[in-house]
Each structure stands twice: as C-alpha cells, then as structure tokens.
Design a binder for this molecule. Structure first.
Ligand code: NAP
Length: 321
C-alpha cells in the first residue's frame, strides 16, 4: 500500500514518514514537499533509506514536489502548516493553514481521487472541515488526527497514576483538539473495571490531568521546539488500522451530521469505527450531564471558529462542496 505525506520536511511530516516506512503494511512512502524544500526532502529520503537497510526493511521512499507522484495512494497525510510557537494558540494559525490545507486537499482530489485524507495540520478540527469541503470526498474519507493523540497522552497519565500497564487503560478524549477537549471519565476503565472503582481514584485529580493533556503539546514545543514522535506514532497507528481493515475504535475528527446529540455541520473528535474505507461508523457515545455540556460547548466553539474562517476564505479557496 502506498501512503503519501505532504509537508515532509516538517518535524511531524518526516517523523511520520519514518514511522510509516517501518510498517510492514506500507510498501511505498511518498514524501511531498514544496519545490523550495525539494533538496532537503531528497536528503530525508536517502537518510531514511539507510535506516531501512539497517532494519532489513524493503520499502520504496520517494521524495517529490510533483503531485502526480501521489497517484494511487491509499492514504494521504497532510501535515503542512505555518510554524506555531509555544505562545501561539492553534487558532492563531488557522487562516494561513486553511489556505494551505484547501490547496493541498484539491490537489489530492485531483491526483489521488480514491485516497483517504488524514489531516494533521492545526487547528485540526477546522482543517478537517476545510479538507472535507475542498476535496469533495465523502466524509468517510476525510479524517483528522487530534483527540487520538490526546487520548494516548491521557492513557499514559492514567497508567502512571494507577501504576498499571498502559494497554489496560481504556479511555477517550473527544470534542476539540484544543481547550475544549472533553475527557469521557464516565466510561474510562482499567482492565474492564470502571476507573472510579479503583481505590487510588481518591487521589486522581481529574482537572489537573485534563490540564496536563490540554497543555501537553505546548509543553513539548516549549522544551524542544515541536512534537514529533507522539504525533508520528499516532499517525502510523491510524494508517495501519485503516490498511489492515482492523475495525478498531479510534477517536478521530470526522464530519458530524447529527449522529451525536444532534451536533452537525462541524468536524469534531469522536469515537469512530475505522476500516479499509475510512470511517465506517460514528459511535454514539453515552455521556453524563457534565460531559455532554462540555461536548456541546466544544461543538459550538469549533463551529463558530469554523464559520469565521470559512467566511474569511470565501472567494479565496476553491470548495467543491
Ligand atoms: P513544521 O516543522 O514547521 O513543518 C511544517 C511544514 O509545512 C514545513 O516543513 C513545510 O513543508 C510546510 N510549510 C510551511 N509553511 C508552508 C507554507 N506557507 N505553505 C505550504 N507549506 C508550508 O511543523 P510541524 O511541527 O511538522 O507541524 C505541522 C503541523 O502539524 C502544524 O500545524 C502543527 O500544529 C500540527 N500538529 C498537529 C498535531 C495533531 O495531533 N493534529 C500534532 C502535532 C502537530 P515542506 O517545505 O516540506 O512543504
């Protein structure tokens, strides 16, 4: 299976490409960069090839600035975006990134019309909406990654607090990949037992934990300039789930049309059943009153911001839908 990564000289793009190249289900990785970054992306590809030889992995790694090279990709990952410093919110980069994502989504629709688009660029919930509208693809084939990474970060924190293997933790962050993320505490379990039934739950400070997840990206950016391995492995995880038709339930950004408490015309992170055709089903989650209230707030906030950005872009970008 062929997977393309756009923005491949970026820190997330190259780490994702490297992680994808290692996956046995991926036979070709196309590293797509702007013309001005072509030399750098060629260097990245050569370096990755050496690493793959060291690991006895046979995979084709193609650096390019020509979108014709993405044809027949099963999945195209869009990571391009203007840089965000630790003082900037994801919303500060929304307008310039929307233009970039819209342009690339149109090129993907032209050159890889059967592919699945996986959007990484922030603010990812709005960028997924932009890619959905610009590509004209069915919503099942336009997915955003945000809450999956947040949920992995949360799993780590819970595993540490309860001193239990991370694979035993079943939990989810839904809503916005940003300030309005919602922890589904009511359905969080460890080894099949509700988290609230564990004795250490007394000292489990939910607000602090949620704050840590919210600020995890900025914290890393502050320390080392960017997040790389976390997003990269969350991306390869998602790609593998699709290519293997695993039917796993991941929390990904998808276009909602009223499936969850009537929320519609917005892209948000929700649990989805993921298979070879992308989103096969949106899983209607049961929430307690507080979770529902927070989810509705997330929906309203993202929708308002999305409407503002779409209005700003009107006439500037080509939208198929
Ligand atoms: P980065 O290192 O700054 O790389 C971004 C890449 O985008 C650049 O290397 C460049 O790639 C391309 N680019 C930059 N300016 C551009 C422009 N004006 N037009 C077209 N392409 C441009 O950023 P990063 O750390 O990799 O992060 C990439 C994006 O992912 C950001 O929006 C970040 O916030 C987001 N992110 C999302 C998640 C998530 O969970 N959703 C997690 C981490 C990061 P080429 O020169 O190769 O084309």
């Amino acid at each position: 299976m062929k997977v393309s990564v756009i923005g491949a000289t970026g820190r997330v793009g190259k780490a994702a490409a490297f992680s994808l190249a290692e996956e046995s289900v991926v036979s070709e990785v196309v590293l797509v960069s702007r013309e001005k970054s072509l030399s750098q992306v060629q260097g990245e590809a050569l370096d990755m090839n050496d690493a793959m030889a060291a690991k006895d992995i046979r995979v084709s790694i193609t650096p390019t600035s020509n979108f014709e090279d993405i044809s027949d990709s099963k999945i195209v990952v869009i990571t391009s975006g203007v840089p965000r410093t630790s003082e900037m919110t994801r919303m500060d980069v929304a307008v310039p990134n929307a233009k970039i994502v819209a342009e690339y989504a149109c090129l993907v629709a032209k050159h890889a019309p059967e592919s699945i688009i996986l959007v990484i660029t922030n603010p990812v919930d709005i960028m997924t909406y932009v890619a959905y509208k610009a590509s004209g693809f069915p919503r099942s084939r336009v997915i955003g990654l945000g809450n999956h990474l947040d949920s992995l970060r949360l799993k780590n924190l819970i595993a540490k607090h309860f001193n239990i293997h991370v694979s035993e933790i079943h939990t989810r962050i839904i809503g916005e990949h940003g300030d309005h993320m919602v922890l589904l505490l009511s359905s969080t379990s460890i080894g099949g037992i509700l988290v609230k039934d564990f004795p250490q739950y007394q000292s489990f400070d939910v607000e602090t934990i949620v704050d840590k997840v919210k600020n995890a990206g900025s914290y890393v950016i502050n320390k080392k300039g960017a997040t790389e391995y976390g997003p990269a492995f969350a991306i390869s995880n998602t790609v593998k789930t699709i290519i293997n038709d695993e039917k796993r339930i991941l929390t990904l950004t998808t276009y909602l049309d009223g499936e969850i408490y009537g929320v519609g015309d917005v892209c948000l992170g929700v649990p989805v059943k993921l298979g070879i055709n992308g989103v096969e089903r949106i899983i209607g989650v049961k929430m307690n009153d507080k979770e529902l209230e927070d989810f509705i707030t997330a929906a309203k906030t993202v929708k308002k911001a999305k409407d503002e950005i779409m209005a700003t872009l009107e006439g500037e970008i080509n939208l198929s839908k």
